[in-house]
Design a protein around this ligand. Sequence first.
Ligand code: NAP
Length: 510
Amino acid sequence: MAFAITQNCCADATCVTVCPVNCIHPTPDEPDFGTTDMLYVDPRSCINCGACADACPVDAVLPISSLTGPDRVYAEINASWFDTVTPGPAPQPTPAPRADRPTFHDWGRPQFDRTLPARFPALRVAVVGSGPAGMYAVEDLLLHTDAQITVFERLHQPDGLVRFGVAPDHPATKQVADTFARLRRHPRVTMRYGVEVGRDLTHESLAATHDAVIHAVGAAADRRLDLAGEDLTGSVSATRFVAWYNGHPDVPGDAFRLDSERVVVVGNGNVALDVARILVSDPDALAETTVARHALAELRRSKVREVVVLGRRGPEHAACTVPELLALTHLPTASLVIDDHDPRIAAALDAPGPRDCTAVLHDVAREAVDWSRPPAPGRRIVLRFHSTPSVIDGDGVVQAIRVRNGDRGTDTTIPAGTVLSAIGCRGIAQPGLPFDEESGTVPHEAGRVHGVPGAYVVGWIKRGPSGGIGTNRRCAAETVGTLLDDVATGVLPVARPSSRRLSRRRAALS
Ligand code: NAP
């Protein structure tokens, strides 16, 4: 019986690396990698060896025979992906060095396989940020160089979004932190906590004491709706809510009062689904997780019974992934309903098509919700599509949100006491580095920052806020590969550290 990849898939492709028969796709070399919701095992070529399951950092790969309950659908999800896609050929073994070619490069295009020849001195690399992007860069540096690496983390705890972004009811996903912990214990890695680059240290001072600086600072700012009423009490970014229930030190324990029966979440990406699910979860079940104790206490006294998730487009364009949406369809403590207010919704859900979000929603209950009435009894999540927020109403505090209904030109008012905006985030300018205001990223070429020799970027500050944890693994491989190319071609001069430079380095770090 073959294996199948399930909901927790982090898509870091560790499984692809260890699969002896190339049955897991898309691989990082294939065009679909990074755009699919997850990776898939082809049951026709899987030889049931279990190497992928052993290697998976988040326990997402399971034998099909062991799938139970709602997870059984992943057998079909894995298999059906291969109905429409022809995976690439199996990877070719690295060719043996040819006698007529120098073993090392000829100062043209580097010919080594991302491993620096021994004649280069050990690199000294600073990594700014200890979240997934930074730690996958650390892993890649450890694997391909003998670099000494110092990781600078502004908080006093590591792991960034793995600790403070992943929902507490996704413990398997949080398990990837075990991988990062092993990297932190590596003798060539030094962790520096409570140091904020841009406040306590500058990029220039790091550059003076390291051969290269890799910035992995993520996308720290929330995108704004730019609506009237957005700053009313009760209108908050979903990322702040996520940080609150994960115990982020920047968000006070009393930042949220869940006193209203209805919460509206703007946006239908995975962050929106996370906050909706947590709001209707059973607090006793959450108590078994890493949820912050202050959040658990508030969730226990919460009056929230209905969470409305707004999408400005139709279900065929929902931004969430299939596994996260599937999870909403079988919550033990809340039902899922689609507000059937627009004929385009049924048209999209009833059209035959691939196993995407519309297929997941096809059998979900539909109802024409009467928003003038209080929420229905029990706890539920209502998905409302074709609804663009126009105004948040209230007198000091949020009382309702008005939405424009698709292209019908009508408005609907949805009474609510809290509006959580889950419309994504953006990077913030890093002192000493160029910045593209429009995309909220640092301009770069394959990770090499434009115009600042020795500066590199990885993760969301490099490519914008999309992709899950594992996407950063390939992103980091690209950045580190560029860094190594630069060393090999002399773009990045690497000096043996002089005793003066070493003492400057110690002074800067003390
Ligand atoms: P996202 O996936 O980009 O979703 C943003 C949502 O906000 C979309 O529905 C978007 O609608 C909507 N939106 C944007 N601007 C809007 C506006 N002005 N008015 C109304 N709606 C607006 O962002 P995210 O949810 O923050 O997730 C970021 C990344 O993290 C994603 O790649 C996500 O998969 C990942 N993540 C993964 C997990 C997980 O795997 N469990 C959990 C959390 C986050 P349009 O589509 O119409 O633009």
